[in-house]
Design a protein around this ligand. Structure first.
Ligand SMILES: [Zn+2]
Length: 350
């Protein structure tokens, strides 16, 4: 029987144990709930949503999401490292406590525990959660990688046509709609790894190269603030479609819903470039997980440290949103943003 504080999951997963230890350590300031369960034949894993800060729908909100792809453990670890630092600071950091009066922070660090337990990208049903929404690309996508309905035994499987979305994807959407959409401003950082040698920050759309998000001026302003505040940070900050388009992107799906409801919602994806980890240590090619996760401890520590600054920046930017997302700034940025990210699209359309 299930005894004790946490649901039973005997198939051990370090990241889940770490997450539950943090929940215990944090005490009542961190609210936690189980939003879904995912199961293997033998084990049941809870999917947690955590909340820190002001729960009011009147304050801006920021969510950190990780572990959507089970094999990309570093995304979960980056969020847990940040959460741990916040929890430690709750005891002494007056500026953090003051910030938390004005902002809501939501953490969904381990969305696909079965995938992580198995060192898989997909969830327990073989579905790629980031290809699982009903949004179809408006042009040809990369074969398989862009999402397909051929077989759950091939990676990037979207799920059956017309089937409900997977329970993890539904639970994520529900939390985002309940916790973020009512806020006057909201932002997401969804942490992944594996594409290229550079760290990238992507924003929608993934389904189209030519459709431009409503909040392009805000994204442009956020990028400008990040690069002027931390000039030594080397992120590429771009629409995902500059690299490849996909079917079924969850953030496209949620962004389109937010726009329908006239919400200001900026979903970002942090794509940590893992090819460099492999280049510096080719031996890790032998372990599949090594493609998506730095194996050497010093490299793991460096990755965790590096992204803390970005996460800290996003907390401050969210809290101070009304200083930098006014109508005037929107007007000023619109053309520059299009010139930066969509010059090919708009030139060829003329
Ligand atoms: Zn991923």
């Amino acid at each position: 029987m299930n005894k004790g504080l946490f649901p039973r999951h005997e198939g051990h997963l370090d990241e889940l144990s770490q997450l539950e230890a943090l929940i215990q350590q944090a005490g009542p300031l961190l609210e936690s709930r189980v939003i879904s369960y995912s199961a293997t034949r033998d084990h049941l894993y809870p999917v947690y949503s955590l909340r820190l800060g002001n729960p009011s729908p009147e304050v801006p909100a920021l969510a950190f999401v990780g572990g959507i792809h089970g094999v990309e453990r570093i995304g979960t670890q980056v969020i847990l490292a940040f959460l741990e630092s916040l929890i430690t600071r709750l005891r002494w950091d007056e500026t953090l406590l003051e910030t938390l009066n004005h902002v809501k922070l939501v953490f969904l660090p381990l969305m696909n525990p079965v995938g992580m337990f198995r060192n898989w990208r997909a969830n327990g049903n073989g579905v790629d959660l980031m290809r699982n929404s009903p949004v179809d690309a408006d042009e040809k996508v990369p074969w398989l990688g862009g999402g397909h309905r051929l077989s759950r035994h091939l990676p990037w499987y979207r799920g059956r046509l017309g089937a409900d979305m997977e329970s993890e994807a539904l639970a994520l959407g529900k939390v985002i709609r309940e916790e973020l959409f009512p806020a006057p401003f909201s932002l997401v950082l969804d942490c992944h790894s594996g594409f290229g040698t550079r760290d990238r920050i992507w924003f929608p759309y993934a389904y189209s190269r030519t459709q431009v998000v409503e909040h392009l001026p805000e994204l442009y302003q956020l990028r400008k603030m990040l690069f002027t505040t931390y000039p030594h940070l080397h992120y590429l900050f771009e629409p995902q479609s500059r690299h490849y388009t996909t079917h079924g992107d969850l953030w496209d799906h949620l962004y389109l819903q937010a726009i329908e409801q006239q919400r200001t919602f900026l979903p970002l994806t942090l794509e940590m470039g893992s090819w460099l980890w492999v280049k510096k240590n080719p031996a890790q090619l032998r372990r599949l997980v090594g493609m998506f996760h730095p194996i050497q401890p010093h490299r793991v520590r460096r990755v965790l440290r590096h992204h803390q600054l970005l996460m800290e920046f996003l907390v401050r930017a969210t809290r101070s949103y009304d200083r930098w997302s006014s109508a005037m700034i929107r007007e000023r940025n619109r053309d520059e943003a299009r010139a930066l990210w969509y010059s090919d699209v708009f030139c060829s359309a003329r």
